[in-house]
Design a protein around this ligand. Structure first.
Ligand code: WT7
Length: 652
């Protein structure tokens, strides 16, 4: 990581003058947002239309045993009225969604706000036909097709709570999530093309549902037209159902605090948490961060390359951009198909103004050479964004020099599934950037750095410790679905009175924040969050595995790779075939993103005398940092460490 000595990139005078906020505006707005949060959010809460305007702004407590977060609590609204209906009069014929399919041979679709309205209302009525009512849960397991956006909005239209499961997750993982939120309907497609390969999503749904939940209905979008297995009961084609329903579906009046969606994310235990986001605070914050962070203006074409299966897709493909009446690009494919120029080809083709992607994608493309970028006209780009993991300065510089030609500001946005929107980020016209730093807080956000063991707030400007947030912001998650105690325990118990982010952080002399990575047992693989405990549970569920310990290690493209130490049952042979078998096993238990990059056979794991696995040591070995193993004297059997070092897997 670089530090404050690195070069600064101030906004150009032109950018500062044209942007929603220059430095003076940011400073003034930020100061007000902290000194008078009520006044600030009362004003900015009006960026969305309310059915019944709120009179109460903020009612939040981080107090131990009494964590309670409410924003705009007596207001009512509907998110789709804000993302669709309110734009119909002024921009009904403007493109809301540009859909770019996986294959370059297929044509892009331009969906206007009018069409978005019709498709959303129809799908909402289909859901009603299937018996879905306000408060019911609907799981979405879909490729990146416009129907994914219609489905999210259709749920929001009628007050159903969507829970998207990334289509790269396995049937097993899907089933667990359907069960955890007790979903009434699963929406999927027949197939999902990605990078030229087609996966059969309906098969996974069948596996997931046929096992345990055959009463769950399944609504199927026809994407590929391939052969799929139809369950005898409970399966419905969307296109057939849509023929029977009206295109009129009035938006349900929702309370600001009604849940909008659940999104399962990994934590430090084996069970993913259902992060619950509310309606009012979330949409206000998604809209405002989209506007300011990307300096979005009317008429701009905005492209976030994430998948709607992650929070980034929720806030910055669908909800934020549509609330602002933007044209948002939705991309079905991958950055390297048909070749490493795809991102830039799409930027040129659709005249993209703001482009938002992950460091892992930048690093992967960087390795392919600059000619893939230089072939295309990228002169419409005004802002470049990154998200998901710390961006190394080499990748930042490549993004800046090769993609942005040194003239396009980069916004490195730090946030989490739990935060709903950006918490630390530069604003393009206001903030001088430093490669690798997420810079400064967004309006209303009070980051603090605590000394990790004492939990004392470090007040000096230059500081290093754990990152916490002192007070609530509107898009903060409200609870863990069905388990408020777990919510309190995970985020508010280690450091009382603060929201604990799970990240380590440095603050430099200029007050800039530098995220140093997770301090818990969560690893970040290609910007995707993975609980080491989840991968361990999957491994030990295999009949031949006695014990497993999983840690992250530095990986050139993915940021972190998954390193698994596996102890086999007595009598089992550690063969290359078994290694392959375990990889396949983890893929089927969780999904391809959880597949260990390296599996090391471990006759024993380093444990304390009380039997606790010393992960610190395993991390060091995986990092190839044997000199820094630290104190091993408390180990029950120090010799296991020598064996592990000797047989460490080669990185490669
Ligand atoms: C974790 C959250 C927020 C959407 C994508 C990931 C890491 C995220 C950055 C950044 C350094 C980052 C953190 C965070 N992270 N953005 N700009 N710089 N680290 O959401 O899956 O909830 O993961 O991603 O470690 O805690 P998520």
């Amino acid at each position: 990581m670089t530090d404050q000595t690195s070069k600064m990139y101030p906004p150009s005078a032109e950018m500062a003058a044209a942007a929603h906020a220059d430095k003076a505006t940011y400073d003034a707005m930020y100061a007000q947002s902290i000194s008078d949060p009520e006044g600030f959010w009362a004003e900015h809460g009006k960026c969305v239309d309310w059915i019944k305007p709120f009179t109460k702004v903020k009612n939040t407590s981080f107090a131990p045993g009494n964590v309670d977060i409410k924003w705009f609590e007596d207001g009512t609204l509907n998110v789709t009225a804000n993302c669709i209906d309110r734009h119909l009069e002024t921009r009904g014929d403007q493109t809301a969604i540009i859909w770019e399919p996986d294959s370059v041979d297929d044509e892009a679709q331009h969906i206007t706000y009018k069409q978005l309205h019709e498709r959303t209302c129809k799908m909402a009525n289909v859901l009603k036909e299937l018996g879905v009512t306000k408060g019911d849960r609907v799981v979405l397991y879909l490729p990146m097709i416009p129907e994914a956006a219609y489905a999210m909005l259709a749920c929001a239209r009628i007050g159903a709570i969507h829970s998207i499961v990334f289509a790269g997750f396995s049937a097993e993982a899907l089933g667990a999530r359907v069960n955890a939120c007790d979903a009434k309907v699963v929406i999927t497609s027949d197939g999902a093309p990605r990078g030229g390969r087609v996966t059969n999503l309906k098969d996974s749904v069948n596996q997931a549902l046929l096992n345990d939940f055959d009463e769950v209905k399944c609504l199927v979008v026809k994407r590929t037209g391939q052969q799929i297995a139809w369950r005898p009961e409970g399966d419905y084609w969307l296109h057939e159902m849509e023929e029977k329903v009206s295109a009129d579906c009035p938006p349900e009046e929702m309370n600001a605090e009604d849940p909008l969606f659940i999104l399962y994310t990994s934590g430090s235990t084996g069970q993913p948490k259902g992060v619950v986001h509310s309606t009012g605070g979330y949409i206000v914050y998604a809209s405002m961060t989209h506007q300011y962070t990307f300096d979005y203006h009317d008429g701009d074409v905005f492209w976030c390359t994430a998948d709607v299966g992650w929070v980034t897709g929720h806030s910055y493909i669908v909800y934020g951009p549509l609330a602002n009446g933007a044209t948002t690009v939705m991309f079905e494919g991958v950055p390297t198909y048909p070749d490493a120029g795809r991102f830039w080809a799409v930027c040129e083709k659709h005249k993209v103004n703001q482009f938002y992607t992950a460091p892992t994608a930048i690093r992967a493309l960087m390795g392919q050479g600059t000619e893939f970028v230089e072939k295309y006209d990228l002169s419409d780009l005004k802002v470049l964004g990154t998200v998901g993991e710390p961006i190394n300065p080499e990748a930042w510089n490549w993004y800046n020099d090769v993609v942005g030609k040194g003239t396009v500001p980069i916004v490195d946005t730090w946030w989490q599934t739990e935060t709903g929107g950006h918490l630390l980020t530069p604003l393009p016209g206001a903030t001088a950037t430093k490669p690798g730093s997420a810079t400064l807080p967004f309006f209303g956000v009070q980051p603090v750095i605590l000394e990790p063991t004492s939990g004392e707030e470090i007040h000096d400007t230059a500081a290093e410790g754990v990152l916490c947030i002192k007070d609530s912001w509107p898009a903060q998650m409200r609870t863990v679905w069905g388990d408020h105690e777990r919510f309190e325990k995970t985020y508010f118990s280690d450091y009382k009175g603060y929201y604990f982010t799970g990240d380590g952080c440095k603050r430099d002399d200029d007050g800039y924040y530098w995220i140093t990575g997770r301090v818990d047992d969560v690893i970040n693989v290609s910007g995707h969050r993975m609980g080491t405990a989840e991968v361990e549970s999957a491994l030990v569920a295999h009949a031949k595995v006695a014990e497993a310990a999983v840690v992250g290690y530095p990986h050139a493209i993915k940021g972190q790779g998954i390193y698994a130490y596996v102890t086999l049952m007595t009598g089992e042979e550690p063969t290359p075939e078994l290694r392959k078998e375990l990889e396949v096993w983890v893929r089927s238990e969780i999904g391809p993103i959880a597949k260990p990059d390296l599996i090391q056979w471990a006759p024993g794991l380093p444990k304390t005398r009380s039997g606790k696995i010393m992960r610190r040591i395993l991390r060091k070995i995986a990092e190839d940092d044997f000199g820094a193993l630290g104190d091993t004297s408390t180990l029950a059997d120090p010799s296991v460490v020598d064996d592990l070092i000797e047989n460490r897997m080669n990185k490669g």
